[in-house]
Design a protein around this ligand. Sequence first.
Ligand SMILES: C[S@@+](CC[C@H](N)C(=O)[O-])C[C@H]1O[C@@H](n2cnc3c(N)ncnc32)[C@H](O)[C@@H]1O
Length: 330
Amino acid sequence: MVDETPIPIMTEVNGNDLAALETAKSRTLGCLPTYASIELYVYCCYQTSHDSQPYTNEFDCRQVVFVVRSRMSPAVPSMKKSDMLKNHHLIRAKRIFESLTPANILKRKIDQWSKITDDVCEAYHKWYYNNRVFETTKWAGVVTLKSPADMWNYQEIIFELKPQLIIEFGTRYGGSAMFFAGVLHQLNSAADSVVLSVDIDHVTIDARVKANPRIHLFQGSSTAPETAEKIVQMRAKYPGPVFIILDSEHAKDHVLGEMMLLRSLLRKGDYVIVEDGNINGHPVAPGFGQGPYEALEAYFAKFPNDYTRDEKREHKFGFTFAPLGFLIKN
Ligand SMILES: C[S@@+](CC[C@H](N)C(=O)[O-])C[C@H]1O[C@@H](n2cnc3c(N)ncnc32)[C@H](O)[C@@H]1O
C-alpha cells in the first residue's frame, strides 16, 4: 500500500560531501522519495548533464532538472508520494542515481561543474546587463555603472597594490570615483592617495563627488596631450603605484588611443583595467561594433610584452565587464 502522507520540506545534502552523499543514497533507495532524495536527484542529474560517459545517452538530464525542480516547489506541498512515484522523469533519474558511485562522481565533478558554472555565469552576466541593472547600481547613493563583482575585485587589487594614485577615464555621475576614493580612505594606505577622474563632460557629476577632497576631476579627452600632461604632474606629486581604469568612450579606436597614451606613462607593476570588453558579443550587446575587446586584441598583437594578463582576477567572480582587461604593466 502506498503511503499518501504529504512530502516533507526539503532538506539539503551537500553533493561535495561524498560520505553524506552515500548515506543519503542508501537512505533514499531504502524509502519512498522525499524532498531530500529529490534534491539528490537534481545533483546527480547535473553531474551527468554534460557527461560524455555512460549516462548521457539515457535522456536529457537538464529536462529532468527542470521537471524535478518544479515538483520541489513549495507551491505544491500537498503532492503525494504516489504521484511522485508515477513521474517517469524521476524514475529515470532514480535509475541513474543508483548507478553513481563516489569514485565516478569525484572523477567528473570538477570539469562538469566548471562547465555548468560557466553557463550559469554567462546567463547571469546577460541578465544583469540586458536588464540594465548597472544603470541603477549605486555607491553611496551615486550611480556607478559597474558590476558589483568587478568593484569587489578592484577593491582587493587596490588593497594589495596600495596605489597612491587611482586614475579613471570616464567619470559620468562619479559613483565609481567615490567608490575608489572611499576604498583609498578605508585602506588608509597613504593619507595623500587620491583619485584623478577624467571626463570630457562634467554636467552629470554629482555634487558630493565634486566636493570630495580625495577626488581630482579633470575635464578633457582621455586621449588628449593635456591629459597625458596632467597624469605626468600627478605622478610626480603621488609617486607610488598607479591603478588606472579605462571606462570612457568604448569604441575600439578610442580605447586603443588611450592605451597608446599610457605606454610612456606607466611603470612596472602599475595595474590597468580596460572595462566594457564584454560588449560586442563578449557576451553582451552583440550589435555594438568593435569595442574594448577588439582594441585589446589589436594592442596585444602589436605589443605582446607590455602587460601580463591577470587571468586569475579576471575569472575570479565568474563574470566581468572587463574580459581580457585585467593587466599588470611589465
Ligand atoms: C561609462 S561612463 C563612465 C562611468 C563611470 N566610470 C562609472 O563607472 O560610473 C563613460 C563616460 O565617458 C565619458 N567620455 C566619453 N568620451 C570621452 C573621452 N573622449 N574622454 C574622456 N571621457 C569621455 C562620457 O562623458 C561618460 O561620462
